[in-house]
Every structure is written in C-alpha cells, then in structure tokens.
Ligand binder design. Structure first.
Ligand code: AR6
Length: 170
C-alpha cells in the first residue's frame, strides 16, 4: 500500500512514472501548468498531441514524457467552474479517476497531480482538494506513491489541513 505525499514544487521537476497535466480540450497547450509541461517536455509533445484529436472534459489521454524526468504524461481536462451546479464536482472526480485508471493500465507505480481546475478554470481550492484527496485515497492500494503537487505553500497547507494523515514533504 502506498501513501499520499503533499509536496510544494514545479510538477515538471518530479521524477515519477507519470505526471498529470491540467490541459484544455484541444490538448494543444496553454498557460499555467499546461504551458510549463509543454515547455519542459519540448516540441515533440505538441507534435504528438496533434495526433490525439483533443479530449473531452473529464476524460484523460496518455503521451510520453519526452524531455521530462517523468516517463509519461496524462493530460486531463478539468471543468471550468461556473456555479457548482453544472456537474463540476462529477467532472473533476472523473479527471482524477480516469487519470488513475490510465496510469494503472500503463503499469505506473508513482503518479503526481497538480490541483486540476484551480487556476485559470476557477474551481474553489478547498472543494477541489476534497475531490482530489477523496479519489487519491481510493487508489492508495494500486500505487507506491501518489503525489499531490502544490504550486504554493498555502495550497500545500490546505491539503495538509484536509488530510492530516498524508505525508507532508517539506
Ligand atoms: N507545477 C505545479 N502546479 C502548477 C504549475 C506547475 N509548474 N503551474 C501552475 N500550477 P492551471 P486549470 C498550478 O491554471 O485551472 C491552461 O491554460 C496552479 O497554481 O494551470 O485546470 C490550460 O491549457 C493551480 O493550482 O489549470 C487550460 O486552458 C493548478 O496548477 C487551463 O489553463 C491549475 O492551474 C486549465 O486551467
């Protein structure tokens, strides 16, 4: 049985089997973590993504990691937050669930997630972290290490407050 680790880092630096990208439906790059992943992985990633034909919200697609330390990237598309009544929680749940499923099919044992939808897409951070931690705890048995990769200390503190049993990597 693995464990959930909360880290504060740029996700592109993590040496794990797979990192998850908070992409958009085109899968052709953007800002935020998506932009950082495309820059760090290199231009071959965009060439590969062009062959995928996009990805609907809540689903996930696998690509190689190219120049990243991670072997694979799973690109998932989070919901744009509107008012919470437009199936945002179900769609965010699906992002985590489908990403884990794809990673498990690929034989991955270590996986790192950013806080999907909580940047440009405006999902409230606490509610998003609750969904993330709920799905992560369901998959603990299937992985050696699940990393919640936060981009700020405040985000990491929020995750830790919601999951005191999670390991907090300083
Ligand atoms: N490493 C880890 N986390 C990061 C990094 C990074 N390098 N950079 C940002 N974050 P966002 P979204 C955090 O906006 O809300 C893109 O343009 C950030 O602080 O990247 O799902 C896509 O193409 C926040 O907590 O993704 C889409 O159009 C989290 O990652 C759209 O943004 C998610 O923020 C997706 O929006």
């Amino acid at each position: 049985m693995g464990q959930i680790h909360i880290v504060t880092s740029d996700i592109t630096r993590l040496k794990v089997d797979v990192i998850v990208n908070a992409a958009n439906t085109s899968l052709l790059g953007g800002g935020g973590v998506d932009g950082a992943i495309h820059r760090a992985a290199g231009g071959e990633l965009l060439v590969y993504c062009r062959t995928l034909g996009g990805c609907p919200t809540g689903e996930a697609r696998l690509t190689p990691g190219f120049n990243l330390p991670a072997q694979w990237i799973i690109h998932t598309v989070g919901p744009v937050w509107q008012d919470g009544e437009q199936e945002e929680p179900v769609l965010l749940y699906d992002c985590y669930q489908n990403s884990f499923r794809l990673a498990a099919e690929q034989g991955c044992r270590t996986i790192a997630f950013p806080a999907i939808s909580t940047g440009v897409y405006g999902y409230p951070k606490r509610e998003a972290a609750e969904v993330a931690l709920h799905v992560m705890s369901n998959w603990i048995d299937g992985f050696d290490r699940i990393t919640a990769c936060c981009f700020s200390q405040a985000d990491a503190d929020l995750y830790h407050a919601l999951c005191p049993a999670c390991l907090f990597d300083e």
